[in-house]
Structures are given as C-alpha cells and as structure tokens.
Ligand binder design. Structure first.
Ligand code: NAG
Ligand code: NAG
Ligand code: NAG
Length: 282
C-alpha cells in the first residue's frame, strides 16, 4: 500500500513499522511506535507532529554530516517537544520561524542551523514527502500527525499529505489535511516540483530572528500560474535537464493577525539538549 494511502486514527493505532515489507531500496530504517524509552538523541522514531509554532518536528538525518540526498529514505523525527519519543532539535538551531495557518494547509517555515540536526554544512537538501518512486515515502514509513485539525489540542489526527523541504539553512514544512474546504490536499501538497525548493512550493516570508504565528490566505496551487488570462501548470523537466528560467514567480499569500513570540518562550525546553550526542553509534 502506498504510504500516502495508509490511514491511522490515532498514534496509538500505529504498528511498530508502517512499512514492514522491504522494497528495492531496503527496509524501513526506524519505527513508528515511539514513547519515553525512545525519547533521546539516538531515537529512530519516524512518527512526527506538526501542531503549532512551539510544537512541531522536522525530518533530519540519523548521523552527523549527512546530506539529505544520501539519507532521504532514512530521516528520523527531530521535535521541539520532548513528549513524542523522538530526538529534540538542539537549542539555538531554529533561527527564525513563521507559522502560516491557511484554510487548506498549515505551513511552518524558517531558518535553521542545519548542522545541529546532522545535515552537512552547505547541503542544499531536498524534498521529503510520503511518495517517492516506490511510494514508500521519504523517509520510508514516515508518518505525520497534528492536533491543529480537530479543535482539541489533545486529539491527534493523521495527515497523509505533507512535504518538507530542508537544506541551505532553511526549511518549509507543509501539512495538507483532507478536511480542507478545497478538498485538494494532493494539489496544495503537490510533490512533483522537488527541484524548485521552498519559495515555489510553499511561498512565505520568514525572517531571521523573528518568530511569529499568522493567519494566511491560501497560496496559489504549486506550479499553477496565469498568463494573459490563461491558467497554466508548470511541469518540472527531467532530472538531466537544467531548470533554466521559470515562467512565473510565486506570490506570497496575504497574512494577518501575526503574533510575535520570543524564541526563548517557544523553545525553552530545548536548552536541555544542547551538546547532547547526536546520531546512533556505528
Ligand atoms: C516503546 O517503543 C519501543 C520502540 O518502538 C517499543 O519496542 C516498545 O514496545 C514501546 N513500549 C511500549 C510500552 O509501548
Ligand atoms: C563532512 O563530510 C565532508 C564530505 O565527506 C567532509 O569533507 C567534511 O570534512 C565533513 N565535515 C565534518 C564536520 O565532519
Ligand atoms: C492549544 O495549543 C495552542 C498552541 O500550543 C495554544 O495556544 C492554545 O491555548 C491551546 N488550546 C487549548 C484549549 O489548550
């Protein structure tokens, strides 16, 4: 079953691995049952959460100095919280974060010292999403939940469509729930523009040193643009063909009700993991 077609009602329903059967590129690297015994900086938890500005996770490598391209199938969860049985993002790694809550998606984007989450300095990174050539996802078996969808902070619903671009010191993490009014989670979380990065897939204006949560209008669907009144859809060329000049520039959707925060208020719990050893042994 394709990863994006697996549905779980709650984290408690997850099996040890959601992709237990090896595919050509191998077996699921980590596991999906995560708890206090897996809450450490060697955790191989592959279940993550996208809740709010102060409570989200990223996918990043197991071992220091890795590139996303080399490890895309194996990323593990790194979170701001210490309650999901994952690694924690070290204090100071997040250098500016903006949450945009739009009708059909939630987008958390910003700046990160990526070496603190095991990504090689200067690595341009790439896209992680629940698809991939064999449909087992990148990371394979990566599952995402959110408590921002039900109106109750204690109810975690799975979000089958999501994507994360991380690299070059930036990240953008988007979840596209089925419950959006446009009923177009695959469109808003389109996964076929992986060479174009954050601005074309998830336009936003995060600012270094600023931490804020805003309401937002929907973006235009990724790759969809209008020329002379005609609506066109951009298709990314084959891997061997240079991208060249793009025929459009995305528009950052209007945002409102922005609330600023101090990073120390948002991520106070992270101080405790500074300097913790990263990466599993071997
Ligand atoms: C905690 O998670 C580990 C790793 O997935 C699993 O082996 C173990 O059974 C879990 N413990 C409980 C009590 O669920
Ligand atoms: C990271 O890996 C690169 C390429 O393998 C190497 O040149 C560099 O010295 C490494 N950096 C660190 C900090 O280990
Ligand atoms: C839900 O979580 C958000 C963000 O963490 C918080 O601002 C809000 O007060 C919480 N709501 C309730 C009802 O606890």
């Amino acid at each position: 079953t394709p990863l994006a077609s697996l549905h779980f009602n709650s984290p408690a329903d997850l099996p040890y691995q959601v992709e237990p059967n090896p595919v050509l590129r191998g077996s699921q690297f980590g596991y999906n049952i995560c708890n206090s015994t897996t809450q450490n900086q060697q955790s191989l938890c592959q279940t993550m959460y996208v809740n709010h500005l102060d409570d989200f996770c990223l996918w990043a490598p197991d071992k220091p100095n890795s590139t996303i391209a080399d490890t895309e199938g194996e990323e593990v969860a790194w979170c701001t919280s210490n309650k999901y049985g994952t690694r924690q993002i070290p204090a100071g790694a997040l250098q500016g974060v903006q949450l945009l809550t739009a009708p059909d998606y939630t987008l958390i984007s910003g700046f990160i010292d990526q070496t603190q989450v095991n990504i090689q300095d200067g690595d341009e990174g790439g896209e992680l999403d629940p698809h991939g050539q064999d449909l087992a996802g990148n990371p394979m078996g990566g599952i995402v939940f959110s408590n921002a969808l039900s109106g109750s902070n204690t109810t975690y619903l799975q979000v089958p469509e999501w994507n994360l671009f991380i690299g070059s010191g930036t990240f953008c993490l988007k979840i596209c729930p089925d419950s959006g009014p446009a009923k177009n989670s695959a469109g808003f979380c389109r996964n076929t523009l992986d060479r174009l990065g954050c601005f074309y897939n998830s336009p936003a204006n995060p600012v270094k040193g600023t931490f804020e949560a805003c309401d937002s209008a929907n973006m235009d669907l990724p790759g969809v643009y209008v020329v002379n009144g005609q609506t066109l859809t951009y298709t990314q060329p084959a891997e061997t063909v240079p991208i060249g000049a793009l025929p459009y520039t995305p528009t950052v959707p209007a945002s409102s009700n922005c609330t600023p925060f101090a990073s120390t208020d948002l991520y106070a719990a992270l101080a405790s993991v500074t300097g913790a050893p990263q990466g599993s042994s071997t």
